[in-house]
Ligand binder design. Structure first.
Ligand code: ATP
Length: 611
């Protein structure tokens, strides 16, 4: 069998050995710092020589130390005043009056030599040089670890290689994602039997872009694709290419592609491709040059694949919108596969996959857990199962029950339980606040299903009213949004009605309500008087972050938007006030029950509020 090139090892964290150069450098730095601090610390008010003499004449000076032309002295203790020090300087012309004056006023005089001793003086003068030389040696060492032959290879690819026999994950281990799997089937067939395609002159995509929010299984899917095809899997993240030094990323790319070609058929996976593949903006900075060179090299390598080189590149991103158009051109990442957050059925499937190895109790209903985990990614669900198992283990249980799953979900969603002591009055206020939200949600036609109400403090919240839509929503109607704002105001409204005042506890509700109202008016055209116009106030900066942009509409329009936002919130408030006033008896019932049980589930709420 022909020798295979040595497999690249996973990158080691750089080690910086503690040798003499390092030690001396740190010592020099420490001495310089201490010196500086001591100089600063001992510095007291500097006074003119004339003022010093005047102080001696007025019997205010207790002692002085003369070091060369420097005078450091201490004032006498005066009634009520702190004893403090001063410094001054002797004039260059000898003052023959001074010594008799000091003697006459009984000032203690100490004279110190200005000499540090030859050795110390030499050392002090040499310190900055020692520091610079130490720094030079240290940086040489750090770089040689990376640059010198056999020293770790700064320019060598940092990609991790998994041989086919080491890749255990298969498509069966990935729940849902049917479309994505179907899209990649062709790639698997091609990698398995490239000759079949090459014979017919068929062009298989060289690059596939996996797009989707974090944790939706992009890495897992890429790895499983290599697993299914039985080919070596090279994986790297975009940021691992880019270093401080221009050109390093490009040579790492070259190196990685060379190795992948040698191992063809093979699969390269570049995670977070956006960190090198952002649209070239012409912005300043070395890092940008480095990024561009790296990107160009990736493109050049992909263009340079020969027909017999069966290397497929999968890349992942959760920011496809910021990618450079050149990456998406035919012959590069021209096939795109989207991975969305899983819907309810897919969440249940993912939970099934992850509970395969977990002894699940009979009472566990994965469908209910899936229904209560809207917005969870595959990674979140894997984490949920693990948290539940940890909780069950902590309680010394043999199996993981439904309650453990519920508690794990609450922990992930709302944070840990908080040991906050609330007085009965405070607790009562929280109970009414949550009851206000819940009753409004229950009664309004577009309120999402109530899953739970709790007045146990968790994370930052003192209580929580949890609603989850029956099905995951992707679009929101105006009535739904208005009801949402009304529900958000329900807690504050209940407090106002019962306790005659509002509290700071509604701050987050108000923030969310205002945010929603502003979106409705200024972005989604949901104001009658302003009409179907959008006034978005955000834009992306060159780093791809969403930032506020300067307002590009008139002050008059801005005032109208503000007025509409206030009017909308005002209407919702009037609505919730009226609702709660009319339902006072049910509100009391719910709040009392919360005071008693602290947490109410979906069924309890339904029974309590049904009549
Ligand atoms: P990121 O964008 O943060 O890199 P990603 O999309 O690459 O995330 P992965 O790293 O592939 O996500 O997924 C993380 C973990 O989530 C996986 O190891 C797996 O345990 C779980 N997971 C995600 N999606 C699924 C799925 N569809 N089926 C089973 N497990 C999944």
């Amino acid at each position: 069998m022909a020798d295979q090139p040595a497999a690249p090892q996973p990158p080691e964290p750089p080690r910086y050995p503690l040798n003499w150069a390092t030690i001396i450098m740190w010592l020099a730095m420490a001495v310089m710092t201490v010196n500086l601090l001591m100089n600063n610390a001992s510095r007291t008010a500097e006074i003119p020589y004339s003022e010093f003499k005047e102080a001696v004449r007025s019997d205010k000076v207790e002692m002085i130390v003369l070091t060369g032309s420097e005078i450091a002295g201490r004032y006498k203790f005066m009634d009520g005043e702190q004893q403090s020090g001063f410094t001054s300087r002797l004039p260059s012309v000898a003052d023959t009056e001074l010594i008799p004056l000091l003697e006459a006023h009984k000032v203690v005089v100490q004279v110190r030599s200005t000499e540090h001793g030859p050795l110390l003086t030499l050392l002090i003068n040499l310190l900055p040089w020692i520091f610079i030389i130490g720094l030079f040696f240290l940086s040489r060492q750090m770089l040689s670890k990376q640059f010198l032959p056999g020293g770790g290879g700064f320019t060598k690819s940092k990609a991790r290689l998994a041989e086919p026999q080491d890749i255990k994950v298969r498509y069966d281990d990935i729940a849902g994602l049917q479309n994505a799997k179907a899209d990649l089937r062709e790639i698997i067939e091609y990698l398995k039997a490239p000759a079949r395609y090459q014979k017919l002159g068929a062009h298989i995509p060289k690059g596939v872009l996996l797009m989707g929010p974090p944790g939706t299984g992009k890495t897992m899917l890429a790895r499983a694709t290599a697993g299914e095809a039985g080919v070596p899997f090279f994986s790297i993240t975009g940021s691992e290419f880019v270093e401080m030094f221009v050109g390093v990323g490009a040579s790492r790319v070259r190196d990685m592609f060379t190795e992948a070609r040698q191992k063809a058929p093979s699969l390269i996976f570049i995670d977070e491709i956006d960190s090198v593949g952002r649209a070239r903006s012409g912005a300043f900075g070395t890092n940008n040059d480095e990024r561009e060179q790296t990107l160009n090299q990736i493109l050049a390598e992909m263009d340079g694949f020969r027909a017999e080189e069966t290397v497929v590149v999968l890349a992942a991103t959760n920011r496809p919108d910021v990618l450079d158009a050149a990456l998406l051109r035919p012959g590069r990442f021209d096939r795109k596969v989207t991975l969305d957050l899983p819907q309810k059925a897919a969440r249940e499937e993912i939970l099934k996959v992850h509970t395969r190895q977990v002894p699940v109790a009979d009472d566990v209903n994965l469908a209910t857990i899936a229904a209560g985990t809207v917005g969870f990614s595959g990674a979140d669900l894997a984490n949920l199962v693990n948290e539940a198992a940890l909780l069950a283990a902590r309680e010394n249980r043999e199996t993981v029950g439904q309650q453990a799953f519920e508690n794990a979900r609450d922990k992930i969603l709302l944070g840990d339980r908080r040991e906050t002591f609330l007085t009965p009055e405070e607790k009562n206020r929280v109970a009414y606040h949550e009851a206000g939200h819940a009753l409004t949600a229950f009664d309004l036609p577009h309120g999402d299903v109530l899953r739970k109400i709790s007045i146990i403090p968790r994370g930052k919240a003192l209580g929580v009213t949890e609603q989850a839509p029956e099905e995951d929503r992707v679009n929101y109607g105006q009535h739904y949004l208005e009801d949402r704002i009304t529900i958000l105001l329900g807690g504050r409204s209940a407090e106002k009605m019962i306790f005659g005042e509002v509290s700071s506890g509604a701050a987050d509700d108000l923030k969310q309500a205002t945010h929603l109202a502003r979106h409705m008016i200024s972005e989604w055209g949901m104001s009658e008087s302003l009409g179907p116009v959008t006034w978005d106030e955000t834009q992306e900066n060159f780093l791809g972050q969403t930032v506020s942009k300067p307002r590009d509409y008139s002050e008059h329009t801005a005032e109208k938007i503000d007025a509409e936002v206030s009017a909308l919130i005002g209407r919702c408030e009037a609505r919730v006030d009226a609702l709660l006033l009319a339902q006072r008896e049910r509100l009391d019932r719910l709040a009392d029950s919360l005071m008693q049980h602290e947490t109410l589930g979906e069924d309890d709420i339904r029974v309590l509020l049904a009549s």
